[in-house]
Design a protein around this ligand. Structure first.
Ligand SMILES: [Ca+2]
Ligand SMILES: [Ca+2]
Ligand SMILES: [Ca+2]
Length: 222
């Protein structure tokens, strides 16, 4: 029995990932400000200190700490030595035959300020995007065979976005990886928006409203 269980585990390990899955770093909460997909960011462009992160995102180490901010949490215009955002997807297993990277990204202006240098597991990607200020954009990329091979070899996908040679100022809402071949229309279903948690005073107002309604109903009955 033990041998059979061990064999099953081994087969599962080799075959993984079996099921369609999406790994998300950060969250689809509209840059911490409820900004709709592909809408303009509320960032005013004057100060370089936009920060819509939750406390958990600020403390994260997988790359969520680089979401819901501008320019990878290193505020300032112009090239900034050391401004490299690293997003680490781990525990991916092997057996990958296809995959998709998804980014909700803001304010990329490669022609004006220089493209950022971006790699997937060390493999260079072309990120010469010109979306303009303060546009946000959902981008969906099929993973190339060399990237798929690197995931199978390491069980991980490490994305680096390096601003050392660029003066562009930009942001991410979240980044995500799927082991399916997805298209843009699939994204709202796979990565549904996360609503901001209502503030305590909102609950208090709702309770007051319900109490008032109950009073009206009681009065009408009399
Ligand atoms: Ca957030
Ligand atoms: Ca920009
Ligand atoms: Ca977010």
């Amino acid at each position: 029995m033990k041998k059979q269980l061990a064999l099953c585990a081994a087969v599962l390990a080799v075959a993984a990932p079996v099921h369609a899955a999406v790994w998300v770093i950060g969250d689809n909460d509209g840059y911490g400000a409820g900004i709709a997909d592909n809408a303009n960011h509320s960032f005013n462009g004057f100060s370089a200190n936009y920060d819509g992160r939750s406390a958990a995102e600020t403390a994260a180490t997988d790359g969520a700490q680089y979401t819901d901010t501008y320019s990878t949490t290193h505020p300032g215009y112009g090239p900034q030595p050391g401004t490299v955002a690293t997003f680490t997807f781990s525990g991916l297993g092997s057996g990958w035959t296809q995959g998709t990277m998804i980014f909700d990204m803001a304010d990329f202006q490669a022609t004006t300020f220089g493209a950022v240098a971006t790699t997937y597991n060390g493999i260079a990607q072309n990120w010469a995007f010109n979306d303009g200020f303060p546009s946000t954009r959902i981008r969906v990329f099929d993973l190339a065979p060399d990237v798929i091979a690197s995931i199978n070899a390491t069980g991980a996908l490490v994305v680096t976005v390096n601003r050392n040679a660029s003066g562009d100022f930009y942001g991410f809402d979240y980044t995500a990886l799927s082991n399916e071949s997805l298209q843009a229309p699939d994204i709202p279903d796979r990565i549904p928006p996360v609503n901001a948690i209502p503030e305590p005073e909102t609950y208090a107002l709702m309770a007051l409203g319900l109490a008032a309604m109950a009073t009206v109903v009681r009065r009408r009955r009399h």
